[in-house]
Ligand binder design. Structure first.
Ligand code: PLP
Length: 233
């Protein structure tokens, strides 16, 4: 594990340096960007190492994997970045600091019910399919105005902002219009709802610097940190 530790320390410092550089280029405070280390491809032991190295926010794509890793590492702030099935709310919501991937109005309604019953709103982001790829989940940008009207009444959820995934591309610049659109959608939604909507979750290994330049407050980085490290079976 010492090799893993020094390798991860190096990679973590490099990613943090690139986030800071992108923030400075955009005239932003690097401290306004939270790195979510997406541990979905590695063992809980590797996730524990990156947490010990100072990555306090960890992300998982699948609820079952989040349950397992959060049990092994309860001190981390766990983010769910992948699809949440409504029958998994009970086990997932109490473990997640933020659910990035509310991809339908049905899921939002179920989370709203859950939050009302427990008496504390569930912190969430709305996932928007800005790149409009058919294979990708998420709300359509054109669905947001109708959804906006329902948000003030949803006291069981705390909608903290928006999340998107750019289309896969070799050139990170290809993601820029998608990220700029997410920011504009957030600004408009803020205008009509009056909610502060402080968070924009955008940017992965291939495009996180562009995400930061376009205003990301959360970047979700997996491969760049964990490539080649002990994988899940
Ligand atoms: C896997 C995943 C990430 C991390 O992607 P990398 O390209 O490995 O950095 C980020 N966000 C979501 C939603 C993911 O599923």
């Amino acid at each position: 594990m010492t090799d893993v530790r020094s390798l991860l320390a190096e990679r973590l410092a490099a990613v943090r340096g690139r986030i800071a550089g992108a923030a400075r280029r955009a005239g932003r405070d690097p401290a306004a960007v939270t790195l979510v280390a997406v541990t979905k491809t590695v063992t809980p032991a590797v996730a524990a190492v990156v947490f010990e190295l100072g990555a306090a926010d960890l992300g998982e794509g699948r609820p079952q994997e989040l349950w397992k890793k959060a049990a092994a590492l309860p001190a981390a702030r766990w983010h769910l970045v992948g699809h949440l099935q409504r029958n998994k709310l009970d086990r997932t919501v109490p473990l997640a600091a933020l659910i990035h991937s509310v991809d339908s109005e049905r899921l939002l309604a179920a989370l709203d019910d859950f939050g009302r019953k427990r008496g504390t709103p569930v912190p969430v982001l709305l996932e928007v399919n800005c790149s409009r790829e058919a294979a990708k989940g998420g709300l359509r940008p054109e669905d947001l105005p109708a959804l906006a009207d329902t948000l003030p009444a949803r006291s069981g959820v705390e909608v903290r902002g928006l999340m998107t995934m750019a289309a896969y591309a070799d050139d990170p610049e290809a993601a820029r219009p998608t990220f700029a659109e997410l920011r504009q959608l957030r600004d408009r939604l803020r205008g009509v709802t009056g909610l502060p909507l402080p968070e924009l979750s955008m940017g992965m290994s291939g495009d996180f610097e562009v995400g930061v330049e376009e205003g990301a407050t959360l970047v979700r980085v997996g491969t760049t940190l964990f490539e080649g490290l002990p994988a899940l079976e």
